[in-house]
Design a protein around this ligand. Sequence first.
Ligand SMILES: [Zn+2]
Length: 624
Amino acid sequence: MPYPIKHYIWTWDLASSPEELWPLVSNTDRFNRDCGYPSVTLVPPAEITGPHAMNAQRLRTHHFGLVLEWDEKPFEWAINRSFGVERLFQRGPFSCISARCELSPRQPTGTRLTYQVWFTPANLLGRLALKLGGATWQFHRPFDRVFHEYDWLAQAGLQAARRNRYSRFSPGGAARLATLKGTLIAEAGNSRELINRLTDYVVTVDDLDGQRIRAYALADRWKTGRRDTLRLCLQATRAGLLDFHWDVLCPHCRGAKAVANTLSELKSEAYCATCKLDFTAEFDRSVELTFTPNPAVRHVPRTDYCIGGPQITPHIVIQQTLAPNETRPVPLNLTPGRYRVRVPLIDRPWQLRIEPGAARAATIGLVTAAPDQDEIVLDPGATLTLINETGTARLTVIEHVAWTNQSTLASEVTSLQLFRDLFVREVLRPGGRIAINSLTIVFTDLKGSTQLYRTMGDAPAFGQVLTHFDILKSAIDAEGGAIVKTMGDAIMAVFPRPAPAMRALWVAQRQLALAQSVVPWSGPPGSAALRSPLLLKAALHHGPCIAINQNDRLDYFGTTVNIAARLCGLSTGADLLISDTVRRDTEIGELLKQQPDHVRTEVERTTLRGIEGETFEVYRIRRG
Ligand SMILES: [Zn+2]
């Protein structure tokens, strides 16, 4: 005999607005932890038994000595308004638990929070648990405590709970922290204020936030500059205050789907169980560097309490699953801006713009064919009707296009001189290769060095060549780039973008000229007339390439690298060669415009040695 469904409705009147409460109450991972629920684990595909719900993830937990196992369907939500989830159990006293939380604005201020839960008992135990008030003890009471606490946090303007009661030092951790702080202060270039902030943060950060500390998110919150904050986090890792991990992000939902402790553990293929999608890791899109406190200072367990709530993928403002042949009107309530309506398995998303005064209704058919690219423009209060014309359930998400990306991507980190200097061993495994969609490659070569050695003598000439390396390294470092390798008097360097590379090369060329003008002539007497100035041939190109391990060093190869090398061969040393791709970069355009009049750009059409059958448009930039 099936047991009847038991339905509960609880309400709370809270002082904060729905918008203030949303980031807290929709963080289901933290909410479940704060309610005192046990952690959950994802059941590996090989261990899944019994019927498996479509698009669901199999999860397991232990509670009151019972093993609970369930298929969790994707959460559904609409930002600032509602979220809910359905769990279909394979093991435990219930066969299904559905929950839905709604936030509605109260007049004049505040929120009415309504929480509904539907229980379907699987057996007598489930039935009895409900009869004995299990829902009140297990749900209503902890919810009551946590919602009131979140209301207080929201009133205090705190977006995340900072719970000292969860933080604990490892044995000897406090003393170690004090020593490490001293080490960081002693290192040149670190602001004392930033060090204090970081060390305080390591002590007070909530366990769940501490699992994935993002340097750029800290920088944005503290207003301390992204590069400075990242540099300090890297130095703190080297010193032993932090550890870092490489997280592989799903390109669709941007959730972290795999973790590698070192680059050598990184695999180029990954799978997202949420999106049911195989994908390839890419250094500049899907590999993110995150930090966690070093366990010798503070132990932060990697624990999940919920894996699918709205705050796991905060750029998604609306997520809905439509049943086969379902039509669903979705009230948007979105702030003006650009959004994308995306359906996994349909390649091209719909473009959506929210603009006050625009249309108040539109309809989208979630067909299998790719949609046309027309932009849909709607009023913030409009309703978007989704029609699932197919015979299968369809997950639909609406996401922010200009969502602040606070990811520190692998392409950026590995282009930092400090990273390459501090973590020499952070290389891919031999034979490993990871794609990069865009990277700026720089080549330089010293012109006139052969003659310099001849006229000046080996030792002094060598000194000059070394000076040139120092000049280059500091110019490249200052602009956030890194030297990959040196080959004789030539170097190869990388930057995330072309503009900083161009600035670095200009500085290096200028300083090299300056350094020589002040160095007294130390060659053989009478040979000063033969003195030829050292000139820096330089070129940059930007494009896709592959990161590899070459001679136990993180190196790059591909056509972009070859073209940059060939361009350098065309440089006279009194100029800078850039490709057409670099010339068309908006930042480069701005940079050239800002320069005084004496910058001349000459365009040439040429073929490049080793790249036959193609003519290249290259630009020679001369500064007077
Ligand atoms: Zn995904």
